[in-house]
Design a protein around this ligand. Structure first.
Ligand SMILES: *[C@@H]1O[C@H](CO)[C@@H](O)[C@H](O)[C@H]1NC(C)=O
Ligand SMILES: *[C@@H]1O[C@H](CO)[C@@H](O)[C@H](O)[C@H]1NC(C)=O
Ligand SMILES: *[C@@H]1O[C@H](CO)[C@@H](O)[C@H](O)[C@H]1NC(C)=O
Length: 231
C-alpha cells in the first residue's frame, strides 16, 4: 500500500514536470530570431515574406526547392525568404542534418544554402536504409565529412566541434519549437506574409508560386523594371 501511494506520487510529480516544462519552454524567448535568410537581405515590411519550414532529408522539401528558388530569382528584391529547420521525427537523421545547417550558419552564413542544396542532392546517403547498420558515431562522422566537403576543408575542425557544442543542439531545438508554435506539422510548410499556404507538406511548382505571389506584388504596385533586372 505504502509503496503504491509512493509510486503514484512520483508518477504524478513527473507528469506535472512534463506538463509544466512546455509552458516554461515557451517563456524562454531566444535572443535572436530563428531562421536562415536567403541572399544578403533580411525581410522588411516592403517585401513579400516567405517563411519555409524545411527538413533537409525530406524528399518533398527537396522537390519544392527548385521552383521556389526560381521564383525568388524572378521576383528579386520584392520577395524575401527565411528558412527554418523542422526535422520530422519519422525521418532518420533529420535532426543531425538540421543541426549541421545551424552549425554552418554560425560559421559562414553564406554557406548555409550551399549545404542545404548539398543535402538535397545527396539525401539518400542519410536515409534509413543507408544508415541502418551504422552506429551513431559513424553517422556523425559521415555527416562531418559530408558537411566539410560541402562548405570547405578549412571548416573541418569547427564543424566537428560544432556537433559537440550544446548551443548548436539548442538552436536546432529552438527552430523545431518555433515550428510547433506556428502549427507546422509537415514539410515543406510555407507561410506567405504570415499566412499558411494550403496543401502544406507538398511542393508548389513555379506556376503555383506565381499564382500566389503575382497578385501580392502587383497590389504593391512595383514596376516591371525590377523583374527584368534579375534575368
Ligand atoms: C563563405 O561561404 C561562401 C559561399 O560558399 C564563400 O564564397 C566564402 O568564401 C566563404 N567565406 C569564408 C570566409 O570562408
Ligand atoms: C544490415 O546488416 C545485416 C547483417 O550484416 C544485413 O543482413 C542487412 O541486410 C543490413 N541491412 C541494411 C539495410 O543494409
Ligand atoms: C566534447 O567537449 C568536451 C568538453 O566540453 C570534451 O571533453 C570532449 O572530449 C569533446 N568530445 C569530442 C568528441 O570532441
Amino acid at each position: 500500500m505504502g509503496f503504491k501511494s509512493n509510486s503514484s506520487t512520483i508518477i504524478g510529480f513527473f507528469l506535472l514536470l512534463c506538463l509544466i516544462s512546455p509552458i516554461a519552454g515557451q517563456s524562454q524567448i531566444p535572443p535572436k530570431q530563428d531562421g536562415f535568410w536567403f541572399g544578403e537581405k533580411t525581410g522588411t515590411a516592403e517585401t513579400v515574406l516567405i517563411e519555409a519550414f524545411f527538413d533537409p532529408v525530406c524528399p518533398d522539401t527537396r522537390d519544392s526547392w527548385p521552383s521556389l528558388k526560381k521564383a525568388l530569382h524572378q521576383y528579386g528584391s520584392r520577395v524575401s525568404l527565411v528558412v527554418h529547420t523542422f526535422p520530422l521525427p519519422y525521418h532518420d537523421n533529420a535532426f543531425i542534418s538540421s543541426r549541421a545547417l545551424h552549425i554552418v550558419n554560425k560559421l559562414n552564413t553564406s554557406a548555409t544554402y550551399d549545404l542545404l542544396e548539398a543535402f538535397f542532392k545527396h539525401q539518400e546517403r542519410f536515409y534509413r536504409k543507408a544508415t541502418f547498420n551504422m552506429s551513431r558515431a559513424a553517422v556523425l562522422d559521415q555527416t562531418v565529412k559530408f558537411v566539410t566537403e560541402a562548405v570547405g576543408s578549412s571548416y573541418h575542425s569547427a564543424i566537428k566541434s560544432g556537433f559537440n557544442d550544446s548551443k548548436t543542439d539548442h538552436a536546432t531545438r529552438v527552430a523545431f519549437k518555433y515550428g510547433c508554435l506556428r502549427g507546422v506539422y509537415g514539410t515543406p510548410f510555407f507561410f506567405v506574409n504570415g499566412f499558411p499556404l494550403p496543401d502544406a507538406g507538398s511542393a508548389l511548382d513555379y506556376k503555383g508560386w506565381r499564382k500566389v505571389i503575382d497578385p501580392l506584388v502587383s497590389e504593391r504596385g512595383v514596376n516591371e523594371e525590377e523583374t527584368r533586372h534579375f534575368f
